[in-house]
Design a protein around this ligand. Structure first.
Ligand code: HEM
Ligand SMILES: *[C@@H]1O[C@H](CO)[C@@H](O)[C@H](O)[C@H]1NC(C)=O
Ligand SMILES: *[C@@H]1O[C@H](CO)[C@@H](O)[C@H](O)[C@H]1NC(C)=O
Ligand SMILES: *[C@@H]1O[C@H](CO)[C@@H](O)[C@H](O)[C@H]1NC(C)=O
Length: 559
């Protein structure tokens, strides 16, 4: 059986999932025969995770599906002394790995492990690709890299994975990133400057981020036509509703049992399709010289324009084009906004941190002597040590993603074991990012948010011989202990922009406003909450974890 397809079926579209408890016993003979054959083969195998509550064969599967946080807690404990753990997920052999070398092995260019099945899953569940579109990608075994995999031939002459990956890579290049950041800053600043100078205003901070940060980012990526066509408020409403059902679409019940997530997806998708057909495709010649600009009011960023034109050129359907665009909006906003939101909420609650970040950020602004206008110097900002540390610490603590790979070769060599074909390997950030051995300091355990964790003080001597301590940003553990953006060939192409956008948003907020917390609110901002925000567990494993409460603040615009 093909591992990730198996998972998809195990989670939805298959009676296995919703009556797992009743039907699982039918699988017992299959599982039991595996256990016996393994024993016979006498191969060296990684340590096996004991079954949850002692339920034979299927205990771990049940816990993985119904109580992911207790599963993680249990495996994290086991992984304090070992870096690979084996269990069964339904009928699929699965491994959890941790430790820098093993994580790196998953990210290495390799013919034996692949992330493609996971991408196919998102194309189907999240991005509305048609069956034909998915079949095209599925049958292209030539890989994402410029050089086709040995022996593989693209079925209809098109290398779909490579084409997609090639465009993704252009997003991560400096040219795309800097235009996107400049546009974002321009639009975000406009939205901040509407608040009256010197007057106190009460705002729900997280809701402000969800509307204004997302609004500015979408306009920076897409241009003006999308909001003009469907309305900004309408689009954002549909978008955040879609964001909240991503896990349901990927892992939950089939459409005919629970149609609601699919209706929500259809609404957001419909808006994307409308823009694509009515606006984007109506620009007769997207590739003409006059349209050859870095940012187009109808077609958006050069990267997006070239990407969507390529989709059409190689004969992928409008479903796939519009759906891919919708998936892109998710990539753009679903992770940066929770991270910027958490970071700001932490800064607002800690006056000393607030002053330190404000002072630092202030130093990255320049005033144009002609116009008197303030402008953030992105290059300077990217070097600010405390701001970088807050950024990294927020990602460490609030990203929960399972980097998932499938063994597609004969076997894959990880942690000194040969893992068999079709097995599934996961490296959850929740284990790596909370590893005490890698992250704890004498005073601050890994489980704590400690904004200065990645700041080191270097002793320097100035020309007068005076000694001072200069703060520097140094990630508190190695790069393979920290992978909020995934890694390897499928690493997040938006990571450079994400870092600039998050840091710039914080820099603009702390220098434009004086902000004071009033109280915690329910997430919809309507009622007072008697406890601070916690992560919304529903998003576990999907990347950034949003808060489940909002923070009501009072702010005064100072510049
Ligand atoms: C804090 C912010 C972000 C986090 C934590 C994050 C995380 C991730 C992760 C974990 C992946 C999967 C990587 C893998 O499979 O190894 C991913 C993929 C992706 N991200 Fe991000 N991301 C962020 C921001 C962004 C932004 C701002 C954009 C767009 C401008 C973006 C666009 C994408 C796209 C298009 C993919 C799919 C790439 C592919 O399939 O090859 N992300 N991201
Ligand atoms: C992520 O992995 C954990 C266990 O490692 C599991 O319980 C959870 O369901 C997974 N989440 C997703 C979205 O795959
Ligand atoms: C998950 O497991 C933990 C620890 O075993 C338990 O305290 C909690 O009640 C469980 N939650 C659910 C929803 O089953
Ligand atoms: C993880 O558990 C939370 C809370 O029990 C739940 O809402 C969420 O859907 C689960 N995630 C997955 C992927 O099963």
């Amino acid at each position: 059986m093909d591992a990730i397809n198996g998972i998809v079926n195990a989670f939805r579209g298959n009676p296995f999932y919703f009556s797992a408890i009743f039907l699982l016993p039918l699988l017992l003979p299959v599982l039991a025969s595996r256990v016996v054959s393994n024993r016979r083969a006498n191969v060296r195998e990684p340590w096996k995770l004991p079954n949850w509550k002692g339920i034979p064969l299927i205990g771990n599967t049940i816990e993985y599906l119904v109580n992911n946080s207790s599963f993680i807690t249990r495996t994290a404990l086991a992984m304090q002394t070992r870096d690979i753990v084996q269990f069964y997920l339904g009928p699929i052999r699965a491994y959890l790995v941790s430790g820098p070398q093993n994580v790196q092995a998953l990210f290495r260019k390799s013919a034996s492990v692949s992330a493609d099945k996971f991408s196919l899953m998102t194309m189907d569940a999240l991005m509305c690709y048609s069956k034909e579109d998915i079949a095209k990608f599925a049958s292209d075994k030539t890989g994402r890299l410029a050089e086709a995999k040995e022996g593989a031939v693209a079925p209809d002459g098109t290398r779909y994975w490579f084409g997609m990956h090639h465009h993704m890579k252009t997003l991560s290049q400096i040219t795309s990133t800097s235009v996107l950041t400049d546009k974002f800053l321009e639009f975000f600043d406009e939205r901040v400057q509407v608040y009256p100078l010197g007057e106190p205003v009460t705002v729900n901070l997280y809701n402000f981020m969800r509307t204004q940060m997302a609004g500015a980012a979408i306009r920076a990526l897409v241009g003006d036509a999308l909001f003009a066509r469907v309305g900004e408020e309408n689009l954002l409403d549909a978008f955040w509703a879609y964001d909240s059902v991503v896990i349901n679409l990927m892992y939950a019940l089939p459409k005919w049992i629970d149609p609601k997530p699919w209706k929500i997806r259809a609404r957001a998708y419909g808006m994307c399709l409308e823009w694509l057909k009515q606006d984007f495709d109506a620009v007769g010649s997207p590739e003409s010289e006059e349209n050859d600009v870095d940012w187009h009011p109808v077609m958006g960023l050069r990267f997006l324009r070239e990407y969507l034109v390529w989709y059409k050129k190689v004969g992928l359907s409008d479903d796939a084009r519009a759906g891919n665009f919708l998936g892109f909006l998710l990539g753009l906003n679903a992770n940066t906004i929770p991270i910027a939101g958490w970071a700001l909420m932490e800064i607002v609650q800690d006056r000393q941190l607030w002053r330190a970040v404000q002072e630092e950020a202030e130093s990255a602004f320049e005033v144009n002597p002609g116009t008197g206008k303030r402008k953030l110097n992105i290059h300077k900002m990217m070097g600010l040590p405390i701001l970088q540390s807050v950024y990294a610490e927020t990602l460490r603590v609030h990203v929960s993603v399972n980097v998932t790979r499938e063994v597609v070769g004969e076997s894959a060599s990880i942690a000194g074991y040969q893992l068999p074909r079709n097995s599934l390997i996961q490296a959850p950030t929740r284990i790596a990012h909370f590893n005490e051995k890698a992250w704890a300091t004498a005073d601050h355990s890994a489980s704590e948010f400690w904004p200065y964790r990645h700041v080191k003080y270097a002793n320097i001597q100035d020309e007068n011989g005076e000694k001072t301590e200069k703060p520097e940003f140094v990630l508190a553990a190695g790069p393979n202990d920290f992978f909020p953006y995934g890694g390897g060939v499928s690493i997040c192409p938006g990571r450079h922009f994400a870092k600039q956008e998050i840091m710039a948003t914080i820099a603009v907020m702390v220098t434009t406003f004086e902000i004071e917390m009033v109280e915690w609110m329910s997430f919809d901002g309507k009622t007072k909450s008697d406890r601070p925000a916690q992560e919304n567990a529903k998003y576990s494993g999907s990347a950034s974890m949003p808060p489940d409460r909002d923070m009501k603040v009072r702010w005064i615009r100072r510049v």
